[in-house]
Design a binder for this molecule. Structure first.
Ligand code: ZN
Ligand code: ZN
Ligand code: ZN
Ligand code: ZN
Ligand code: ZN
Ligand code: ZN
Ligand code: ZN
Length: 1790
């Protein structure tokens, strides 16, 4: 039915097409008074026919639809608008346009954006790539990010950039004089008035139509005038997306509801996610309604059901056209600024209704529209209103007016913010001039804050937020409402410098609202200490901290604003204070004051204990006041207008109270008093100090303490602190002190920690002066000090430093401005990252009690500083007197970590220094010193003493500073005098006397240097005071320390180091033994002996060197070969027993990993077509798919390995029962980790004894050998033919044909067809040989092992060949390493084992099948047979190795004793070489660029050239014209040499390992021409052509046969006429494969990927574009659309691609994440650091920092090397072992 209704109107439309004239229609419309009426009638008639979103609309249908819309609907509008031929008229308009100076490019998802960190007004100002590259900022410090979609390029907006607002292409044409005019001149003026008039009419009608339709909420009727003349009743079942249901849910439901298959359901789900709605059924009302109810029922069980509407098809059609018409308008106005302005004015003119514009209607209906509609009209707004300087302001005002309503809609809506109209706030509010206007005219700041407060109505009785009572719904709302804070940030991001009275009023209004917000937070989430039982439920804390974190920057920004205007600052201060005092006034109510007295002072306070009463960590009002107080001090307002400030209203003890409680809470948590309160509190304390919060939490609390302390008697301050720490009694009376000491151990320790914390707090109150306004410092000094202290702990990477510093609203830390002055940069190597190291001269600024150190940081820093001061500059170069009194003498005091000289306080805080010399503090100090002097005292800790000494040193430094800068009479600071006074601390003498006693106390050795420093400082100050009295000068150098102290100290240090070393050794040993225990327990003690895994098994290398001294030309093949039949001994890594490798001994095996590989592939297309049943005897020279074997070189007994593997299997089974999921290895596939090195392995190679020395039998010539072999082959063929006739199956296990009766051609003499060779090997060795063979078979063919398959042996040979070829290639690519001697032991071991194994693997296969293989192999070379592949499709190295290896199976039958295997090998080598030579000549293609120069240089030519040319001509005669003509042989010979080299090198390696012949010295070197050495080693003439010319009669027929094969002719001609897909003609030498080239600049790559669309869902941008580094294909990864089903599994695009491109191993670059991805098989993978680094030598995985990234060639090389070494699987296994969470990642779907 759908079909029929589709067809009818279509044919009707054809008639329309023919008779319709857009021009005539336009002119009739022009005549009517009201355009809307005829237009609506036209649309009503045509739109429903033209637009059918029916199912199954194909591409053709879509095109037809587009065409119809353009010709029938849009064309008349264009005629009407322009009055002439549209395309020409538009072009003319564009021409006449001045060219906008605004770029306005709207960003796609994933497109790179750039922001200049030097010139951008704020971090939201961005440029598109084109603009950026044409701007001045590309040479500045910039940040790069990827866009989330939406938003546009700010190029040309002079408010967005401090300098360089225009890129080269948006530069205003006429320079600045014109620029002002530009703003004023109305672009409409320059248009034809007639055009303007018509534009008003057209835009008004079309825009109204679009708005009507998009905001239409009826499902089956249309607005008046649009009712179709012929209404057919078809409906759509329209599904809308939400953010609640998952993809899986939607797909599952749809399959049920509309009865579609999985694939269709996926495409619906994708479409609904992309467009926001999609129709899932088209038909009559009934069927749609039915589908709807199924969907609603199925999705409504747990949550709100999916939104579904049954809509009349005409409504949908009009809505679709409405969107198209909006896009059309967008396109039209892009041609003319004037038209754009007309549109703006139409859009914003008051409508017929009450004062509502069309734009208002859109905005207010935003949350009701579907995603696709929203994005179209948002885009139009951005292209029109936001691009027009005049209307941008009008629009901004409308936006702000609707703000509250829009936000409420947004909060209720569930779409992400990027799809909401509210997201436009970033475009409007960040324009400083607009933000100002909106603040003044719309009171925007207040509106935002009040809207925010309105949405969080749930409060407790005191009006505080109560997040712990939130329902899920409220929590969701809280999540969304947070975007309001972001808006507030935009408004405040650039602070004003010009204040109008209006602005002051409105800002203060906003401030008042903000205080209200803070009041709701003050005191929230209060906690009470839990005693006895642990808390039952962790209280909610995260919401409060989320809010705190978001408000941190806002709070700082508001303070910044107030700083710029004195009146605003003072008023803000006053308001903040009054808001705070309302809350504080209740604190002391109803409490009896108590009075405290100590050291002759007395203070009154009230009773309160943090450990018993409620305490809250949230005190934003106090902190705001602290911030403002500092600003008063900083701006010196306080000093200039003291009378205007309400300082008198402050009660310092009240101000102090809450922050102090909070700090005490932290101390008590440290002391372990709050253990029963759970993790929630721990987390809160953590964030309180964390860099994200501390600026407006911990830092401000500290400042508040400073504020209060500076305004009160220091003794009173300290007594209150003591009392809040609940320590007062310990210091006030001897009795309780005693009781304290005798109390239980836990309590004692608790109190000790509290005392330490309190002393630390006092140090910070006096010492922290780096906030501008507290101390006399510049803002940058604060940052610099932070950095210095971080670097004192250890060298750090740039990103670590950035993370450790607080960011401002623009995400800047100020790091770059100071880092170079304090640190030097150390570049990274191929791994790791660049590090900053502190310059040594900054060490003197180190403060052990830096307020942002955690305890761990502190102890690390202490250690690092001690070390660097001891090894650092000697006494002579130590800093001068400014760094402390008398530091330059004696190494003892110099090593002391003396407090650095602090900057002076600002006047408002100046009195703080008096805390140092207050009686109460001196008494505290004396108490601690007193305790310290009593050895064994329980109530004293080293840290306590250290803090007291630090305080004393601070006092002395302060006094010295004053002495040196002031004249005597101004001195108010008499610290040194006070500590010398007798009885300064009660009964026990002076402080100084105590210190002198402690100086020599043996139990305080650690503090000796510090005490020494203090004593010296005191005497220095004493003498300074005396000098100023007597006027004599004083030398800084006091008595030097005795030498023996130095020695003593050195000794102690040496002892300490030795101890450390011992501990480290022990640790290493422990680790090692744990590792080994892990594998076998019974042999534990053996493992503790030191192991040298690399050197033990490397036997072949030692053999190799042993033989080097033997003289003469060494030959590795043929009768003349030098054999080394030495006995080799190896050690089992599992049982540590040594074992001789023998044919009959206990079998030894080598752990190995076999995998398929396409690394050497010359034709990536053909690797995917490798079927499981293919012929494996001949390898194509394309090497499309090889089997690679690698090993870690670790050797075990076969039995030991079997036991180990069984244990692993059992363990794995148990584990899988417990928890499902993948491990780093797959036991079911035979994988395991090497027991010693954890290298991934999946089989073992048996170790066989080396070849025996050559037999001294007679040398056979080539022709005798050939004819003998031909005879043997004929006999074999005949025998097997008969064998087949008798219909007997091949027997496994090397059984020959038993009953060979009769005879065909007579078998050569002594050739016994019935002979069954005895197995040379013991059964366990044979078993291992089968194991390895079967693994290779299984992996190579990706099929189940089959012991009787005749392909077993060829596959084993093949992995031997391929591994050799891969290794040879690697050596060449890896900086041309020498062929021999440069391989790591493990690789030598592996290849040697492979070759020896391959040469004997026929013994475990069926003898006859191996003989058949040999027959077929020979047929390709010389004997007669038809079933060989085309001569050009054979890789000659493979052919050589296979025939050498299979020859033994034939030779075994020869009982005559005449034959010689060695001569046969040599002959096979010669034949293969000649064959390869011919192959090379066929494919070299020299002719096309005959190089005459070369020929001239090389006149005459030697024998090589001559013979080459001769051979070439011979081949030409066979191939006629297929080969190009060549004039000179020199170049040919050069090509031949280069092309043959890899073959010869591989052959040399093969025979080297096969026959254990040591290589000649020349091949151990990497330099020089190795040709001669290679040829002689292989027993070949260095003029290879001699091979041919000396056996011409024998070889010419062969060459003739090879070349006259019609397939060769075909191949040759095909390669000339352009290659068809399929096999390619491989040229030699084969080129090395390398990974694709990556661009230098990372953003180029991003840009490329951002325009990449998913190949399956048309036009959709891929979310995770991923580049295959092997072949360069871009994939749509991690997405439903591009999953492929394979064997019942859904595979993601990467995993699936890796199966074909890399035979399972894949190597990808995730472009948007800047991450390298390795995958192996279907289920394993890992991420690898990308080869892109920023200027600081760091990668940016996940693209979080946005520093520009450049390609690091070395790192990319390293990745490439991993790939070429076939190491991906191993890297993945290691990564997964190291990081268990990797196993949880769903690699399969990437
Ligand atoms: Zn741009
Ligand atoms: Zn630009
Ligand atoms: Zn710049
Ligand atoms: Zn063993
Ligand atoms: Zn190993
Ligand atoms: Zn690929
Ligand atoms: Zn896709």
């Amino acid at each position: 039915m759908a079909d029929a209704s589709d067809r009818d109107p279509t044919s009707a439309l054809c008639a329309e097409f023919l008779s319709f004239s857009a021009r005539d229609t336009a002119s009739t419309w022009l005549l009517s008074l009201d355009l809307a009426t005829p237009l609506y009638a036209h649309l009503a008639r045509l739109v429903p026919h033209l637009l059918r979103e029916g199912q199954g609309a194909g591409l053709r249908e879509e095109q037809r639809e587009e065409l119809g819309i353009q010709l029938l609907l849009l064309a008349p509008l264009e005629w009407l608008l322009l009055g002439k031929e549209p395309s020409a008229a538009l072009a003319a308009l564009k021409e006449a346009n001045r060219g906008s100076t605004l770029c306005g490019h709207v960003f796609r998802v994933g497109e790179p954006t750039y922001s200049c960190r030097e010139c951008a007004a704020d971090s939201t100002c961005v440029l598109c790539m084109n603009c950026f590259l044409g701007s001045v900022h590309k040479d500045h410090r910039y940040r790069m990010t990827t866009s989330g979609g939406g938003g546009f390029c700010d190029c040309g907006d002079s408010e967005a950039w401090k300098q360089g607002p225009f890129c080269s292409s948006h530069l205003p044409q006429d320079q600045d004089q014109d620029q002002d005019q530009d703003q004023d001149q109305d672009p409409v003026q320059s248009l034809d008035p007639d055009l303007v008039f018509r534009a008003f009419r057209v835009f008004r009608a079309v825009l109204k139509y679009a708005v009507d339709m998009l905001t239409w909420d009826q499902e089956d009727s249309l607005p008046p005038g649009l009712e179709p003349p012929d209404k057919d009743d078809t409906f759509y079942c329209m599904l809308f997306n939400d953010e609640v249901h998952t993809y899986e849910q939607v797909i599952y439901t749809l399959q049920k509801a509309v009865n579609c298959n999985q694939k269709e359901a996926v495409s619906f789900a994708t479409a609904v996610d992309r467009e926001g709605r999609t129709s899932v059924r088209f038909g009559d009302f009934q069927s749609c309604e039915q589908a709807k109810s199924v969907i609603v029922r199925n999705t409504g069980r747990q949550s709100k059901p999916l939104k579904v509407q049954v809509m009349h098809s005409t409504v949908v059609a009009h809505q679709v056209f409405a969107l198209k018409s909006l896009s059309w308008i967008s396109q039209v106005i892009s041609c003319s600024d004037g038209l754009r302005r007309v549109l703006c004015s139409v859009a914003l003119e008051a409508g017929p209704g009450p004062d509502v514009t069309l734009v208002d209607r859109l905005m207010l209906n935003d949350s009701k529209m579907w995603k696709g509609a929203r994005s179209v009209y948002h885009q139009l707004l951005m292209n029109s209103l936001l691009m027009d300087p005049q209307y941008k302001k009008v629009f901004a005002l409308r936006f702000a007016q609707n703000y509250e309503r829009l936000q409420s809609d947004f909060v209720k809506d569930d779409h992400d913010r990027e799809f909401s109209i509210t997201d436009l706030s970033v475009q409007i509010f960040t324009v400083p001039s607009l933000a100002r206007i909106l603040m003044v005219e719309q009171n925007l700041m207040t509106v935002i804050i009040r809207t925010f407060l309105d949405h969080l109505r749930h409060r407790d009785l005191q009006g505080r937020f109560q997040f712990d009572r939130y329902t899920a719904q409220q929590a969701f709302k809280f999540g969304r409402v947070q975007s309001l804070i972001q808006d507030l940030k935009y408004v405040l991001i650039s602070r004003t410098s010009v204040w109008s009275d209006d602005l002051r009023i409105k800002f203060l209004d906003g401030f008042e609202a903000f205080l209200e917000l803070l009041r709701c937070m003050q005191g929230m989430d209060a906690v009470v200490r839990q005693v006895g039982q642990h808390i039952e439920m962790e209280p909610e804390w995260e919401a409060a901290f989320t809010l705190q974190m978001k408000l941190t920057t806002i709070t700082t920004m508001i303070q910044d604003w107030t700083r710029t205007d004195e009146r605003v600052l003072m008023e803000s201060y006053r308001r903040c204070l009054s808001a705070l005092s309302q809350g504080l006034s209740g604190l002391a109510d109803g409490e009896q004051p108590i009075s405290l007295s100590l050291a002759g002072h007395m203070v009154e306070t009230f009773r309160y204990q943090v450990s018993q009463d409620k305490v809250s960590i949230h005190l934003p009002l106090c902190r705001m006041l602290a911030g403002l107080h500092v600003l008063l001090s900083r701006t010196e307002v306080a000093a200039r207008f003291p009378e205007q400030l309400p300082l008198g209203e402050l009660s310092p003890p009240l101000l102090l109270e809450l922050p102090l409680r909070c700090l005490v809470l932290c101390a008590q948590v440290h002391a372990g008093m709050w253990r029963r309160n759970g993790f929630s509190l721990i987390n809160q304390i953590y964030y309180y100090h964390n860099v994200k919060c501390r600026v407006e939490m911990f830092d401000k609390d500290l400042i508040m303490l400073q504020v209060a302390a500076s305004m009160m008697d220091p003794n009173h301050f300290l007594m209150i602190v003591l009392s809040r720490f609940e320590l007062f009694h310990i210091f006030s009376s001897v009795d309780s002190r005693k009781r304290f000491r005798e109390s239980n151990k836990d309590l004692l320790q608790q109190n000790n920690t509290l005392i330490e914390e309190m002393l630390h707090l006092i140090i910070m109150v006096i010492g922290e002066r780096f906030v501008p306004g507290v101390g006399q410092v510049e803002p940058l000094e604060e940052v610099r000090r932070e950095i210095v202290h971080h670097l004192c702990v250890r060298p750090m990477a740039h990103s670590e430093l950035v993370k450790a510093l607080p960011e401002n609203g623009n995400k800047e830390t100020g790091l770059e401005r100071v880092i170079d002055s304090v640190a030097s940069f150390r570049k990274p190597g191929v791994t790791g990252r660049g590090l900053y190291e502190l310059k040594p001269e900054w060490n003197k600024h180190f403060n052990l009690y830096f307020h942002h150190y955690s305890r761990a940081d502190q102890s690390k820093a202490k250690e690092a500083q001690r070390k660097s001061r001891q090894s650092g500059p000697g006494p002579g170069s130590s800093p001068g007197p400014s760094s402390g009194p008398g530091p330059s003498s004696g190494p003892g005091p110099e090593a002391a970590l003396v407090p650095p000289v602090p900057p002076p306080f600002c006047p408002l805080f100046a009195s703080l220094v008096n805390v140092l010399q207050s009686d109460v503090l001196l008494s505290l100090e004396a108490s601690v010193l007193q305790w310290a002097s009593e050895p064994g005292s329980a109530g004293f800790t080293e840290s306590m003493l250290q803090r007291v000494l630090h305080l004393i040193a601070m006092g002395l430094i302060e006094e010295k500073q004053q002495l040196e800068s002031n004249s005597e009479d101004e001195l108010t600071f008499n610290y040194s005098i006070k500590i010398q006074k007798l009885g300064s601390c009660g009964s026990c003498g002076s402080l100084l006397a105590l210190l002198e006693t402690l100086h020599n106390a043996p139990h305080l050795e650690l503090h000796k240097d510090m005490i020494g420093w203090i004593l010296k400082a005191v005497s220095y100050i004493k003498s300074w005071r005396q000098r100023s009295v007597s006027g004599s000068s004083v030398s800084l150098n006091s008595a030097p320390d005795p030498d023996d102290k130095v020695r003593e100290r050195d000794k102690a240090e040496r002892k300490r180091k030795a101890e450390m070393a011992r501990l480290r050794r022990e640790k290493v040993m422990a680790q090692m033994s744990a590792m080994q225990k892990h594998f076998i327990n019974e042999n534990k003690e053996l493992f503790e002996q030191s192991l040298e895994p690399e050197s033990a098994p490397c036997s072949s290398a030692t053999e190799l060197h042993r033989c080097q001294d033997s003289p003469g030309a060494r030959v590795c093949v043929g009768p003349g070969r030098v054999g080394v039949a030495s006995v080799s001994h190896v050690t089992c890594i599992l049982c540590q027993e040594e074992q001789e490798v023998r044919a009959q001994g206990r079998a030894m095996v080598l752990a190995a990993f076999v995998q398929r590989s396409t690394v050497l592939s010359q034709n990536r297309q053909s690797s995917c077509s490798q079927s499981q049943s293919r012929d494996v005897l001949f390898m194509s020279p394309e090497l499309a798919l090889g089997i690679h074997t690698a090993s870690c070189g670790h050797i075990m007994h076969a039995t030991c390995w079997q036991r180990y593997f069984e244990a692993v299997q059992q363990k794995e089974q148990r584990r899988q029962q417990r928890l499902r999921g993948h491990t780093s290895f797959d036991v079911e596939n035979g994988e395991f980790l090497c027991p010693l090195c954890e290298c991934l392995s999946n089989t073992v190679i048996p170790l066989l004894p080396p070849a025996t020395a050559p037999a001294t039998s007679a040398v056979q010539s080539l022709d005798t050998w050939m004819s003998a072999t031909n005879l043997q082959l004929a006999a074999l063929r005949c025998n097997s033919g008969k064998f087949k006739l008798s219909n007997k199956p091949d027997e496994a296990e090397g059984a020959g044909p038993d009953e060979a009766e009769g005879a065909g051609p007579a078998a050569p003499e002594g050739f016994d067809l019935d002979f069954v060779p005895e197995s040379m090997f013991c059964s366990s060795l044979s078993e291992m040989m089968s194991t390895f063979s079967l693994t290779v078979y299984k992996v190579g063919l990706k099929t189940n092992p089959n012991e009787s398959d005749s392909r077993l042996s060829p596959l084993s040979w093949s992995t031997c060949c391929f591994s050799i070829q891969a290794t040879e290639r690697l050596l060449l690519d890896d900086g041309e390493k020498p062929l021999f001697g440069s391989l790591p032991c493990r690789q030598e071991e592996c290849l040697s084992a492979l070759c020896r194994f391959s040469s004997h693997c026929w013994t475990v296969a069926s003898l006859s099948s191996v003989q058949q293989h040999f027959t077929r192999l020979c047929s390709a070379l010389f004997s007669d047979s038809q079933d060989a592949p085309c001569f050009l499709d054979i890789d000659m190295f493979h052919l050589l190795v296979y025939s050498v290896l299979s020859y033994s199976a034939v030779q075994a039958l020869d009982q005559s004793g005449r034959s010689s295997t060695d001569s046969a090998h040599l002959h096979l080598l010669h034949l293969a070489t000649v064959a390869h030579l011919v192959q090379v000549l066929l494919s070299c293609g020299v002719g096309d660029n005959t190089n005459s120069e070369g020929a001239m240089e090389h006149d005459g030519g030697g024998a090589e050239e001559h013979l080459t040319l001769e051979l070439y001509r011979l081949i030409q005669t066979h191939l006629h014209s297929a080969l190009p003509a060549v004039a000179c042989g020199w170049q040919l010979w050069r090509c031949v040499k280069a092309a043959l080299l890899p073959f010869l090198r591989c052959a040399a390696m093969f025979f080297h390992f096969l026959n254990s012949t040591a290589p000649p010295a020349d091949l151990l070197l990497s330099d020089g021409d190795q040709w001669e050495a290679l040829c002689s080693y292989l027993s070949l003439p260095s003029n290879l052509l001699l091979l041919y010319s000396q056996h011409r009669p024998l070889l010419e027929p062969l060459i003739h046969r090879w070349c006259s094969d019609p397939r060769v002719q075909q191949r040759m001609s095909r390669s000339e006429s352009g290659s068809r897909s399929g096999s390619v003609l491989v040229r030699f030498p084969r080129e090395s494969n390398h990974l694709v080239d990556l661009p230098q600049d990372y953003s180029v790559l991003i840009n490329q990927a951002s325009s990449f669309t998913c190949p399956r869902s048309s036009g959709d941008q891929a979310r995770a574009p991923t580049l295959c580094l092997v072949c360069g294909t871009l994939l749509c990864s991690q997405s439903y659309c591009c999953q492929t089903e394979l064997d019942g599994d859904d595979l993601g695009a990467c995993t699936f691609h890796a199966l074909t491109c890399g035979a399972g191993a894949g190597l990808f670059f995730r472009v948007r994440e800047c991450q390298v991805l390795f995958v192996a098989g279907k289920t394993k993978g890992c991420f690898y650091p990308p080869p892109y680094l920023d200027d600081y030598g760091e990668t940016d995985q996940g693209l979080k920092r946005g520093n520009p990234l450049k390609l690091c060639a070395e790192r990319y090389q390293k990745i490439q090397r991993l790939w070429r070494q076939h190491a991906l699987a191993e890297v993945i296994a290691h990564a997964q072992e190291a990081n268990q969470t990797l196993a949880a990642i769903d690699w399969q779907h990437l």
